[in-house]
Write a protein that binds this ligand. Structure first.
Ligand code: FAD
Ligand code: DHB
Length: 385
């Protein structure tokens, strides 16, 4: 088999890249180790920046998002029960779209993307440092080989693509946080019209939503906590204890339809090109979810990678692929800084002590009193950088 581009991973990054290449007439194939049902079962991001919204519309995947997603002009930030609304629309003239990653994935899957081979086992990348790279995998017990011009590693943080790069060729920058997020999805109306990010002495909490009848909530938990120790009742009690009385009273509880714990980490690999292999999305970087940037970064990475590959394969110019790594890394580090800052402001750090919490309070008060600080938050949150 031969294709111009082999994309590893059918998450949002791989599917979007497959769609962009398909539209440009580039012959690509996607290899995904899991089944479509498994990919759709992962409940993750919920907030789309304007750039992601525009890209989804441009590739023909915006129809359901526009009818079922919700534009939010602002969000609330709380500190020990004191609330501050940040008005994105008024401050920077931008909004965000609340629409689940699961639905983005479903909408992309329904389009003609590059052909996708699900259940591809033991994917291995070969000779990407030379002129004739190829990828091998096993499907239904049969070994397969695909020769190609380029490989796009869109296979998430634990994927094979980054792991295939020789250690001396890559530098990794990382911070692992001493806590995770316990998330619950519930079929109940949201507690507030907009998202609520809360810092409380007991830890961080977030009220998000998927639709007028489905809510998504998160609480900060210790890094080594077990899901089995969190009954639904314990979760609801803890969530309400961390919110202002008004929002807490509006939380409508119910049986969790999904419950999971995600660790928090900041991570960047540099560079993002190794000969004929390119990394994009969570394969290249991780942000802690606080700033709602992961899915959006994945979208902006593949938008640039798509343009670069099309330039190389259709226009026969290497300018785009030569510039890819440096271009996306500039945006990635901006998102890393913002996500780190939001995480530091809103979480309780086990070794932060009283001094740490006083500094966090001072930061919140500064935000409440400074239009410039609010503008900076609004710019970063809505992706206007
Ligand atoms: P993934 O979605 O991880 O997709 C990678 C794909 O590659 C997967 O389908 C995987 O099965 C496949 N794969 C892996 N290894 C192999 C292999 N060896 N061979 C073949 N296939 C392989 N982001 C936001 O923007 N906003 C948010 O509000 C937000 N909230 C989040 C909340 C939580 C709790 C979590 C965990 C994440 C959140 N994120 C958020 C981050 C966002 O979900 C990710 O950044 C996004 O999924 C990245 O997409 P991706 O396609 O790069 O990677
Ligand atoms: C959601 C996740 C986030 O990380 C975030 O910052 C906002 C919303 C969500 O899953 O809805």
């Amino acid at each position: 088999m031969r294709h111009q581009v082999v994309i590893i991973g059918a998450g949002p990054a791989g599917l979007m890249l497959g769609r962009l290449l398909e539209i440009a007439g580039v012959d690509a194939v996607i290899l995904e180790q899991r089944s479509p049902e498994y990919v759709l079962g992962r409940i993750r991001a919920g907030v789309l920046e304007q750039g992601s919204v525009d890209l989804l519309r441009r590739v023909g995947a915006g129809g359901r998002m526009d009818s079922e997603g919700h534009l939010h002009a602002g969000a609330s930030f709380e500190f020990d029960g004191d609330a501050l609304r940040i008005d994105f629309a008024e401050l920077v003239g931008r909004q965000v779209m609340v629409y689940g990653q699961t639905e983005v994935t479903r909408d992309l899957m329904a389009l003609r993307c590059a052909p996708t081979i699900y259940g591809a086992e033991d994917v291995a990348l070969h000779d990407f440092g030379g002129a004739a790279p190829y990828v091998t995998y096993r499907k239904d017990g049969v070994e397969q080989r695909i020769d190609c011009d380029f490989i796009a590693g869109c296979d998430g943080f634990h994927g094979v693509s980054r792991a295939s790069v020789p250690a001396g060729a890559i530098t990794e920058f990382q911070r692992v946080y001493p806590f995770g997020w316990l998330g619950v999805l519930v079929d109940q109306p949201p507690a507030a019209d907009e998202l609520v990010y809360a810092h409380h002495a007991r830890g961080f909490a977030l009220c998000s939503q998927r639709s007028p009848s489905r809510s998504r909530y998160y609480v900060q938990v210790g890094a080594d906590e077990k899901l089995a120790d969190w009954s639904d009742d314990r979760f609801w009690d803890e969530l309400r204890a961390r919110l202002s009385p008004k929002v807490a009273a509006a939380v409508q509880t119910g049986a969790a339809i999904e419950k999971s714990i995600a660790p928090l980490r900041s991570f960047v690999a540099e560079p993002l090109r190794f000969g004929r292999l390119f990394l994009a999305g969570d394969a290249a970087h991780i942000v802690p979810p606080t700033g709602a940037k992961g899915l959006n970064l994945a979208m902006s990475d593949v938008e640039m990678l798509g343009d670069a590959l099309i330039e190389a394969l259709v226009e026969r110019s290497d300018a785009g692929i030569d510039a890819y790594s440096a271009r996306v890394l500039r945006r990635i580090w901006k998102a890393e800084r913002f996500s780190w800052w939001m995480t530091n402001l809103l979480h309780v750090f086990p070794d932060g002590g009283d001094f740490g919490r006083r500094i966090q309070r001072a930061e919140f008060d500064y935000l409440a009193g400074s239009r410039a600080a609010q503008q900076s938050l609004a710019e970063n949150y809505t992706g206007a950088f």
